[in-house]
Design a protein around this ligand. Structure first.
Ligand code: A2P
Length: 357
């Protein structure tokens, strides 16, 4: 079949007609927290793979992971890893993506990259399929998967924004360990167990004690502005995904001792008065969202209920009384960082590639 991806492949890329109806798929970082979920998502969603290649560091080479009842042997990532690969899902950090995504594109693959390496590049679409799938029409071989907070937040913001353009956003996040990888999740488990035994625990992955504590996000701090790298990413990426390059956004990102689902308080200012009832109606039918907004039972989005769910939970929809004009609403949102914040969104992007093949 002929390849119709509307992608402008680099002129030196091999002229190999990939069959994206049953592609050869590679996962880079298969052993990581997101990598494991990429495998699960491909399997759970019956993604039509001709074959699946699992790539990680030399530390994991030779180990096996199960996919559709079969043991697949993990290979060490290297310059020849992408021969014959049609779609490469990258989740091994920015350094690995910067080095190997161009190698994969050169070999003829389309890369869906979970790192921040290419997210702000003009020729790399930054995609949340429920929000801006149309941006995938043109790319040069790489499609970026957004920062987890940006992905989860924009699923909840987009239905409101389409009806009433957002003028300003203020956010506070409550972010899980999974965003810092499998080792951080393990540190949360171990430090909690040590705490409960009354023993000391020296943090190795995160900069501060995690059990029964919370702290400002561990991304690098810009001392001049006072905003850390995570906050800067969320601002820039939310603007890009919503198509609002000048949207004023204030944000505080906090790491909380939760394993895998992020929560966030969003205060959203519109150009006109939007009632909580209208917002609820807009959000109730929106793709990728589930309304959890039961004032009578004080039941609102929680990480424990968002964990393992494809849908982002949204609730606590109310007027922000800090804005007497009535133009600002407050929402509370929770979404699985490893799913909609990472693996699920990447697989949904890959599904869109198949549809267009
Ligand atoms: P490995 O398990 O062999 O170290 P997490 O985000 O959960 O920390 O996972 C990171 C993922 O990226 C793991 O699968 C890890 O593999 C992989 N990885 C880290 N460094 C490299 C590298 N230099 N080459 C290939 N894979 C890497």
């Amino acid at each position: 079949m002929s390849l119709d991806l509307s992608l402008e492949a680099p002129s030196s890329a091999p002229d190999r007609p990939a069959d994206l109806r049953a592609p050869v798929v590679a996962i880079v970082g298969a052993t990581g927290a997101v990598g494991v979920e990429l495998l699960n998502c491909l399997e759970a969603r019956n993604f039509p793979v001709a074959s699946l290649k699992l790539l990680a560091s030399p530390r994991s080479a030779g180990q096996k992971m199960r996919f559709r009842g079969q043991d697949l042997v993990i290979e060490a990532l290297g310059p020849d890893s992408f021969q014959g690969v049609d779609i490469a899902l990258f989740s091994a950090g920015s350094g690995v993506s910067k080095q190997y995504a161009p190698v994969a594109v050169q070999a003829g693959a389309v890369v869906v990259d979970n790192s921040s390496a290419f997210r702000m590049r003009a020729d790399v679409p930054l995609v949340v399929p429920e929000v801006n799938a149309e941006s995938m029409v043109s790319h040069a071989g790489i499609i970026a998967n957004p920062n987890c907070v940006a992905a989860i937040a924009t699923v909840a913001l987009a239905p409101l924004h389409r009806a009433h353009p957002i003028r300003r956003l203020t956010a506070a996040t409550y972010q899980a360990a999974s965003g810092a990888g499998a080792a951080a999740m393990e540190e949360l488990r171990q430090s909690t167990a040590a705490y409960l035994r009354g023993e000391g625990f020296e943090p190795k992955v995160l900069p501060h004690p995690y059990a029964f504590n919370l702290f400002s996000h561990n991304a690098e701090m810009d001392e001049e502005s006072g905003y850390n790298g995570e906050e800067q990413k969320v601002v820039a990426e939310t603007r890009r995904i919503l198509g609002t390059p000048d949207l004023p956004v204030g944000i505080t990102c906090i790491r909380v001792p939760v394993l895998r689902a992020h929560a966030m308080a969003l205060h959203v200012e519109f150009g006109e008065v939007v009632t909580p009832e209208e917002a609820r109606a807009l959000l109730a039918g929106a793709p990728g969202l589930k309304l959890v907004d039961d004032r009578a039972r004080n039941h609102f989005p929680m990480p424990s209920e968002a964990s393992g769910q494809d849908d982002v939970l949204v609730g606590r929809i109310r007027r922000d009384l800090g804005d007497p004009s009535g133009r600002t609403l407050a929402l509370f949102v929770a979404g699985d960082q490893l799913l909609k914040g990472a693996a699920l969104n990447a697989v949904q992007i890959a599904e869109r590639l198949l549809r267009r093949a």
